[in-house]
Design a protein around this ligand. Sequence first.
Ligand SMILES: *Cc1c(COP(=O)(O)O)cnc(C)c1O
Length: 422
Amino acid sequence: MPEKRLPFTKKQILEIIEKYPTPFHIYDEKAIRKNAREFKKAFAWNKGFKEYFAVKACPNPYIMKILQAEGFGADCSSLAELVMSEKTGFSGEEIMFSSNDTPAEDFVKARKLKATINLDDFSHIAYLEKIAGLPEMICFRYNPGPLKKGNVIIGHPEESKYGFTRDQLFEGYRICRDKGIKRFGIHIFVASNELDPNYFVETADILFRLIAEVSHALNIRFEFANLSGGIGIPYRPEQNRIDLTAMSRGIKEKYENIIVGGGFAPLKIFTECGRYITGPYGYLVSKVLHIKDTYKQFAGLDACMANLMRPAIYGAYHHITVLGKEKQPPNFMYDVTGSLCENNDKFAIDRMLPKLTPGDTVVIHDTGAHGFAMGFNYNGKLRSAELLLREDGSVVQIRRAETLKDYFATLDFKELKKFKIK
Ligand SMILES: *Cc1c(COP(=O)(O)O)cnc(C)c1O
């Protein structure tokens, strides 16, 4: 059985906590870089392959800078993510803009940055043209509808709000071709946290066949196929990592048959993974505040759902290690909770752990993607700091914790004093 490991010892964490109080997320640079290199290597057969890191998974410019150094681009879906990518030093076609229900100002910014624009809807062709002009390269997001089964997080493609239908795609590319666009890409995203490599091979098959058909029908040439994100990670200790080599090999076979065989090569393969790139390499470090013994045993932490929402919204499993108690038998059952006035504010339900006492340091695993990123301020809870464990073992703070001052910054208490209540 694969094991859940930590890149630090209890002693190291206690030293870090002296300087940076809990809760905080800490990311492991060495592991992020190693994984990034392996990911790139798996697709090295494709000339022009590029992974555009899905910024929303871990929107921290330090992490993005590390990934840029590893040759990754940035995949954005909002104005803030575009600005963050710009400030980090990404530009032009290093940025993929895959948004939906897109506000005008986002398109304007994406055009200014000369980002590659991936349209989510047929009506956005005219909308983009009107507000920011059409770019020299265009990409559309395909929703295969009943051709493809979805999964729990993302749901069925037919129910999904994303993407063009097949007919809309043909029509959309035709319109853009007739308007003089010569560079084309295509995008598909139908899985989330998927661990079966075949799922991605099938998806590539659907997309490559479509490329062949559209290219024939409209006499256009595709420059890239964006297979997007959705590659899963083993949150549970009994799960294994996805077999990336098998996945890449499967995609390569389809590429050779359909793309090379049909005369559509070269075609660059792009991905937009978030979770797979940083998910396993982030940890939420927290302390036990209270142990409560009522109808159940509750271990209350100093972190809450505002620091990690996945267990509460998807019932997602996140492994928990109690530092210094790794060798003790997990003979005690707890609901591990936060302090929000919401009963679903639980990191784990009926979790078997060693006996806990207030002051214990707990580490919640796999918070490197869609962890801090989903944070919010309900109940006036503040977002935590983010730390980076560097390759040499040193620790830097890459985002400070929010303060009450930050929380109140959008309110004007001077005006409140003048505000008369009759
Ligand atoms: C969320 C998202 C991704 C990344 O998904 P992961 O599951 O983190 O790999 C990529 N592209 C788009 C358009 C997304 O919305």
